[in-house]
Each structure stands twice: as structure tokens, then as C-alpha cells.
Design a protein around this ligand. Structure first.
Ligand SMILES: Nc1ncnc2c1ncn2[C@@H]1O[C@H](COP(=O)(O)OP(=O)(O)OP(=O)(O)O)[C@@H](O)[C@H]1O
Length: 231
């Protein structure tokens, strides 16, 4: 059998002496959407930092397509197909939307965004506006468009829907499903149950740095997640 796109085996990670994640094992296959949910401060962003390469593991292994990626810096992981949109969406405030979307591509072309512009027409309408004047939700959509167009085989999105209105959450879910159907794998940290229901194949709930529940998307999923999110 082929190796999963992403495999974490018994990972622990944290900051200095503080261990935030304990004994995390998970896989993501090509064509699969794995959502990670959990209450505030339980380690979801820490997990994304670990996958993206911003944070080294304290123990355990992390592999992409069977290759140990622990030694690889974030840019090297990006080079082998890992695209990451952090929770605090990286947009360059003094630059226009056009520049935010195009400067990191050699050809500076916006052609790769045509499908995304159809789903999020306000982004295309405002290409000449500087990103610093966007609302919080609009900035999240801009960052979402940028990462979805990056072309990575593994997309990691940290709370893409924060501050985004329901109609656009549905559009994000459609894009996520389309990416999965095109064979990409996605890890999406998300609290929004609507996005999870519309986009996930599977969901993992983290609490106190450990996986406390795993389930496939289905009629019982919402109730199971809500039960695990109870304080
Ligand atoms: N740079 C850091 N140094 C020390 N502790 C940190 C650092 N970043 C995060 N933490 C701590 O790690 C724990 C997990 O934080 P993390 O951001 O991973 O949580 P989260 O599940 O993403 O939360 P939220 O849902 O609020 O975004 C928290 O207790 C946080 O205070």
C-alpha cells in the first residue's frame, strides 16, 4: 500500500519545557479532508505549526509521502508541496490585493484565481485596494484564496472561517471539497461546525493536547463533537 500523504506518529511538541501536544498519531490521505477541532488553547495551532515546520517535535516522527520531514524548514516543506495558511492570516497591509495574490508567483499572473474569483467576487472587485483596508473576514478570504491557489499537494488551513459570513463559509467548503476531489489532502483546524459538516471526511477532536475523539463525517458527527467541546 502507498504511504499516506501525511503521517504523524506519536508526536509530542510544545514550547521550551511546556509540552502542549502529547502522543499525537494521525494520517491524511491524498484526496482526504481531515478537520481538527477542540476548545481554545488545547493545541490546534501548535499542531499546525508542527506540521508546517515552524515548531520542531519534542518526540515522535512526521512524514510526507513516507519521507521524514522533521529536518525540513518551513520553506523546504513548501517546496515539496506543503501549503500553510496560519490562523493570523498573512496579508501584506500596504500592498494591493493584486500584489498580495501575485507577487509570490514567478509569472505574477492572476489566472490561477479565476475559479476562486467566481466564488469570492468581492476579492476580484477590490484588486486595486490595499489589503490593510480589508475587514477581518475579507482578509481571511484573501489568505484562503492565496493558499488554495498555491498548488501544494497538502494544504493546511488554520481556522479559515474566523469572522467569515455563512455564505462565504459554504464557498470555502466547496473549494476545499474541490481540492480534495482533485487529489489534494487537507488538514483544516476549525471550530465552525457548518464548515466541518460541509467539508470534512473525518474529524479529530483534541483536548488538553491529546486526541480525545475521531469520527467520520455523518449524521452523528455534530453531536459527538459538541459533546467533546463541553467544558
Ligand atoms: N509561543 C508560545 N510559547 C509558550 N506557550 C505557547 C506559545 N504558543 C502557544 N502556547 C500555549 O500553548 C497552548 C496551546 O495553544 P494553541 O495556540 O496551540 O491553542 P489552540 O487550540 O490553537 O487555541 P485557539 O482555539 O484559541 O486558537 C496554550 O496554552 C498557549 O498558551
Amino acid at each position: 500500500m502507498s504511504e499516506p500523504l501525511l503521517k504523524l506518529d506519536r508526536i509530542s511538541a510544545g514550547y521550551g519545557d511546556l509540552t502542549v501536544l502529547r502522543d499525537i498519531s494521525l494520517t491524511v490521505a491524498a484526496g482526504e479532508v481531515l478537520c481538527i477541532s477542540g476548545r481554545n488553547g488545547v493545541g490546534k495551532t501548535t499542531l499546525m505549526r508542527l506540521i508546517s515546520g515552524a515548531l520542531p517535535p519534542q518526540s515522535g516522527t512526521i512524514a510526507m509521502n513516507g519521507q521524514d520531514i522533521a529536518p525540513l524548514e518551513p520553506h523546504a516543506r513548501q517546496h515539496i508541496g506543503l501549503s500553510y495558511a496560519p490562523q493570523d492570516s498573512v496579508t501584506f497591509a500596504p500592498l494591493t490585493l493584486r500584489e498580495n495574490l501575485s507577487l509570490h508567483h514567478k509569472d505574477h499572473s492572476l489566472d490561477r484565481y479565476q475559479g476562486l474569483f467566481r466564488r469570492f467576487p468581492r476579492i476580484e472587485e477590490r484588486l486595486g485596494q490595499v489589503a490593510g483596508t480589508l475587514s477581518g473576514g475579507e482578509r481571511k478570504i484573501l489568505a484562503f484564496c492565496r493558499v488554495m491557489a498555491e498548488g501544494g499537494s497538502l494544504l493546511c488551513l488554520d481556522e479559515p472561517t474566523e469572522g467569515v459570513q455563512p455564505e462565504n463559509i459554504t464557498h470555502m467548503a466547496e473549494e476545499i471539497r474541490a481540492a480534495a476531489e482533485a487529489g489534494r489532502g487537507l488538514v483544516v483546524v476549525e471550530q465552525n461546525l457548518s464548515l466541518i459538516e460541509q467539508a470534512a471526511d473525518r474529524v479529530i477532536v483534541i483536548d488538553h493536547g491529546e486526541i480525545v475523539h475521531q469520527t467520520r463525517n455523518g449524521p452523528e458527527m455534530r453531536a459527538e463533537i459538541l459533546e467533546k467541546l463541553k467544558v
